[in-house]
Design a binder for this molecule. Structure first.
Ligand code: SF4
Ligand code: SF4
Length: 97
């Protein structure tokens, strides 16, 4: 049996217009949403670092809130947020409340 090389393989999926994920507002899947409590925020930006969807909005080195068009409500930001004096700056709420 002939061993096939990479040139013999079929072409895989090709993304012809890179960056098109911006067109898909994945936040519509969400059942829980993060809510920002600014008074408890120290701008440590751990939420920005951990968010898998780049949905934490940061301006001038400060946490500003969330881009709900793309936030899927996974809750990682709320879980990782150390907050201030043991008070979280991000809490999760059921969507639609
Ligand atoms: S992780 Fe919490 S305290 Fe840190 S920037 Fe985000 S909201 Fe603020
Ligand atoms: S809930 Fe998940 S997707 Fe939404 S901002 Fe937090 S970490 Fe990002």
């Amino acid at each position: 049996m002939k061993i096939r090389g990479w040139k013999d393989l079929n072409e895989g999926p090709v993304i012809k217009n890179p960056g098109n994920s911006i067109l898909y507002k994945t936040g519509s899947w969400r059942s829980f949403k993060p809510v920002f409590l600014k008074e408890n925020c120290t701008d440590c930006l751990l939420c920005w670092l951990y968010c898998p969807d780049m949905s934490v909005v940061v301006e001038n080195g400060q946490m500003r809130g969330f881009n709900y068009d793309y936030c899927k409500g996974c809750g990682i930001c709320a879980n990782e947020c150390p907050g201030k004096k043991r008070q979280k700056a991000i809490v999760m709420e059921q969507e639609g409340k």
